[in-house]
Design a protein around this ligand. Structure first.
Ligand code: SAM
Length: 416
């Protein structure tokens, strides 16, 4: 082993240094430089000087934890959640509120920067991006309808610490809805074998409830406008109390009506329990044909029920990346219906990816509406779509995760 190299490696870890953050990276972590090397440092705002401790050393970058602020940004505010703030030692800071020390308006500006920067670097697209505030308190609290708590070694219940798998004690959950806050059993003890306790507050009947460990699922309802959706209590549903409404309206207004054909083979990929297929159906009427594709079997069963108002709607269980392969075998008539289709995509964080983009582009749908919860994956898929001639049209972004770095983007694509 090279002694010199190993000594310098150890020298960095634990070293306390002053850092000046210059940028915000994807993932809510600020970027600084130390002796020419990139350092990723959380709990810091670009423009600030902080005292930080180096925690990790990789070949091309370092990671650090912020100990205190030396020169604060004008955008710094007292953290909305004391349990996640610099008042706590780094190992005990709760995860899930990594933007809580930043004023709400500046949080949105930073998210807009990350979206625009990702599009520029990965897809070569220059865009002004605005992240829209959604309904709710100005300080970005009280929105989370779903919270996962973990049981610690001593039976204590809490969130994980930031960037760690250690459970930390918290006295409150200010990002959660009032119902979730009241119901969360933060002071109770659980057997470590339980693993997790989810606290959810559906908008339908019944109010907030707990899902303890692997307990068998029960059915809940969520209300969006005049529509009721049934789903399993442990199934996927948008987390912000306004998200389902915001995304319904965003998808409805993103679709170009002139390119929409109700009789085409319209698709809702990664469809969950049918929220966005219903959004399409509600805009274009009872004659809409649309197929929802979703990997979770129970969600698909619920989607069938939730889409019963449309005779031409169906839901299939399958992984989208596998299901799209079958498109190549569709008959010429069916392929013509695909070419006339509007495709909604709402993939998980990893994005749709090359396999899905290639297979879709090969059948050439009239338009795509892409709902993205990860700006980098969205930018990567935007570049892949551009290779097939699909250009990014309208782009909106919504602050559906206030006080965190997460953001939801809705983009439209069509061939010129
Ligand atoms: C971001 S959610 C969107 C769900 C739905 N559009 C909504 O708004 O309620 C992504 C959905 O994709 C499903 N999913 C994840 N990976 C998948 C895959 N490879 N193929 C199909 N569905 C997948 C998840 O179960 C989840 O329901």
């Amino acid at each position: 082993m090279n002694d010199k190299a190993s000594t310098s490696k150890q020298d960095q870890i634990g070293r306390e240094v002053e850092l000046e953050a210059t940028n915000m990276a994807h993932g809510g972590i600020a970027v600084a430089r130390l002796e020419g090397r990139v350092v990723f440092v959380p709990d810091t705002i670009p423009g600030e000087r902080v005292l930080a401790r180096i925690t990790e050393q990789k070949k091309s970058f370092l990671r650090a934890e912020t100990l205190s602020v030396i020169e604060a940004s004008e955008h710094r505010q007292p953290h909305v959640w004391e349990a996640a703030s610099l008042e706590r030692t780094p190992a005990k800071r709760a995860g899930g509120a990594d933007y809580g020390h930043i004023t709400p308006q500046h949080q949105r500006a930073l998210k807009a920067f990350v979206i625009a920067d990702s599009l520029k670097r990965m897809a070569g697209i220059e865009r002004e991006v605005e992240v829209e505030k959604v309904a709710g308190p100005d300080d970005g609290t009280g929105w989370r309808t779903r919270v996962r708590l973990h049981v610690g070694e001593r039976g204590n219940l809490g969130p994980m610490a930031s960037r760690s798998n250690k459970v930390v004690y918290v006295p409150d959950l200010p990002l959660a809805t009032p119902g979730v806050q009241e119901t969360a059993p933060l002071r109770e003890e659980f057997s470590p074998s339980v693993g997790t306790v989810d606290v959810i507050e559906p908008s339908g009947a019944g109010g907030a409830r707990l899902i303890i460990g692997e307990q068998s699922p029960s059915t809940i309802t969520e209300i969006v406008g005049d529509r009721e959706f049934v789903l399993d209590d442990n199934g996927f549903w948008q987390v912000h109390r306004s998200a389902a409404t915001v995304l319904t309206e965003a998808v409805q207004s993103a679709i170009d009506a002139e390119r929409f054909d109700a009789k085409a083979a319209n698709l809702d990929l990664y469809g969950g329990v049918g929220l966005l297929a219903a959004a399409v159906g509600d805009r274009f009427g009872s004659g809409v044909r649309i197929t929802s594709v979703e990997s979770d079997e129970r969600a698909t069963e619920h989607a069938s029920e939730n889409l019963a108002d449309w005779l031409g709607a169906s839901a299939v269980t399958g992984k989208v990346e596998h299901w799209v392969r079958s498109l190549a075998d569709w008959s010429p008539n069916e392929k013509a219906r695909l070419a006339a289709a509007t495709v909604i995509l709402d993939p998980p964080r990893a994005g749709a990816g090359k396999q899905v983009v290639d297979a879709l582009a090969a059948v050439g749908p009239a338009q795509l509406v892409y709902v993205a919860c990860d700006p980098v994956a969205f930018a990567r898929d935007t570049a892949l779509l551009a290779e097939h001639g699909y250009q990014l049209g309208s782009l909106r972004a919504f602050d559906l995760f206030p006080n965190t770095h997460h953001v939801e983007t809705v983009g439209t694509f069509r061939r010129a």
